[in-house]
Structures are given as C-alpha cells and as structure tokens.
Design a protein around this ligand. Sequence first.
Ligand code: ADE
Ligand code: ZN
Length: 331
Amino acid sequence: MKNFIQSLPKAELHLHIEGSLEPELLFELAQRNNIDIPYSSIEELRSAYNFNNLQEFLDIYYAGAAVLIEEQDFYDLTWAYLTKIHSQNVVHTEIFFDPQTHTERGISFETTIKGIYQALKDGEEKLGITSHLIVSFLRHLPEEAAFKTLEESLPFRDWIAGFGLDSSEKGNPPSKFERVFKKVKELGLKVVAHAGEEGPADYVWEAIQLLQVDRIDHGNNALHDNKLIEVLVEKQIALTVCPLSNEKLQVVPELSNHPIRTMLEKGLLATVNSDDPAYFGGYINENFEALVNGINLKKEEIKQLAINSFKASFLSESLKNKWIEKIQRLD
Ligand code: ADE
Ligand code: ZN
C-alpha cells in the first residue's frame, strides 16, 4: 500500500507553511538569527510536541515561528517543504501563511511573502510543483487586524489566490470576520476557513452562509448535522481533512475512529492533508498510511481521495482533468 500511495500524484490543500518548520531547521535559524530558545536539543524540542487540544499546539507553534526573521528564512522554510513533498509525489500545493504571527513581531508582510513566493516559483521551475498561496487571518485577533493585513497584502495581490481563517476556533466564529471576507470576495479572491475542528457545526454553517467559503478546512463536526451534510454534498464544498493533526490535537480519540470513510460514504468531497507536518509526525503520505493502519483504508478509497484533492483544488479545469485521468489509469 505504501508504494501505491507513493505512486499517486497528489495535491495538498491544507498546509500551514509555519507548521512545516522541522526542529532541525528551527535550531539552525535560531542560531543564524541569534535567538534564544528554551530547549537544549532537537530531541528535547520534539518531545515537547504533545498536545491535549488546539490551543496547546498553537502556543508552541507561534513560539517556534519566532526564529523566522529574514526573507531568506521564509525561503528556506518553504523550499524545505517543497523538496519534501516532491519526494512524496505531491504535484500541486495550496499553502497558508500567517502574516500576523510575523508582523506582530516587527517582520514586514513584504519580507514574509517575498521569501515564500520566491521558493514557490523555484518549486515550479525546478521541481515541477504548481502552487497557490493563501493568506490566513488569525481569528483570535480583532477584525481590524484582519483588515490591516488585507490592506498590507494588496500590493502583492497577483501572488495571492485567496484568504483563510485559522488559529483558536472556539469563541472566534466566522461571523466575527464577515465584513473583511466580503471585501476579499469583492476583490475576486478565493475564501477558505477552518471550521468544525474544535468548534461546532454552527461555525461551518456561518463559514458557508456568511463568508461564502470555497472550501472548509477540517469540518469534522459537520458530521453532527444532517442538513449541513446535505448542503456540503449538494454544493460540493470540499473538506480538507487532516488525520494525523486530528489525532495529535485529540479531535478524534484515536485514528481507528477517524470519520473520513463516513465522509466519503456520505458523498462529501473529503481530501487528505498534513496541516502542520513538523508538529504532527508526518507529511501527506504518512497521513494516508496512518489511515491505512487506523481504519484499513482501501485502494479505491485512497484513489478517490487523491482524485478529490485535484477536484477541490483551485487549478484550472484542464489541469484538474489531466491529473485525475492519470490517477484513474493507476492501480
Ligand atoms: N494554525 C495552524 N494549524 C492550525 C489548526 N490545525 N487549526 C487552527 N489553526 C491552525
Ligand atoms: Zn490547519
């Protein structure tokens, strides 16, 4: 099965570039930038990666991002991710970055996006990986801060496919950001939002009705609401599901309880993604392998999930079809 997973061309649609910061690079950047970190070794840092919930993870994830200072650091981070997914036969990726994590520390929007974007361009040229960039608003911050970030992004509009919403979900519903996403839509950009990871199905409704999302990131709790499932299926609004993340953040008790088969059976456009691979123990192939081990995911299901990753992407119809036909020929 491992070889089969490897052989499939795949798209990744839910990846926080700051969450791909491996401990080795984190230590290297800390040294390069003269930043003190409260861990004496890579092993000690890795052993801190145990989380009871989303917030415990976010605290460590934001602390880790503090080693990113120069444009070159953002380039190196993104390039490391691209070479890794190249080895796993990911041919297209749509990545998030969290500019507010950096602007709050005095690192400009321009510095972050230039480093990330240059690496994405090189990824296309040298590795043949196509990509889109999604700017994510931090939902624990006020609406005005999101408006400010949108403003800062305007000079780079041509580099940006859309906007997303992430960070601490509970208590920060999509409705808090209705007005800023209205602006995003007016600019003709895509909209995605984390919803139903820890928050209730109501937040998924809000993301659809108030933000008019093109995709839902996670969406696990949508399964508690049959009417909502009907709408997601009818509109074919994709769910970007992240199995290892769900396990590590205790969104599911164990991978043997993972609902991705139920999602497929209900006709939902579910996809497999790695979310924050450096923190959750694996990139996209390890996420597929975890589902094989956890719920005995079958070849046909794996194939469907790979096809879904292209269907749900922001690629052109002709590129989607090219990859889907390629997958259909494999067995
Ligand atoms: N930021 C990075 N990973 C996240 C996740 N899984 N949920 C919400 N915000 C995030
Ligand atoms: Zn995420």
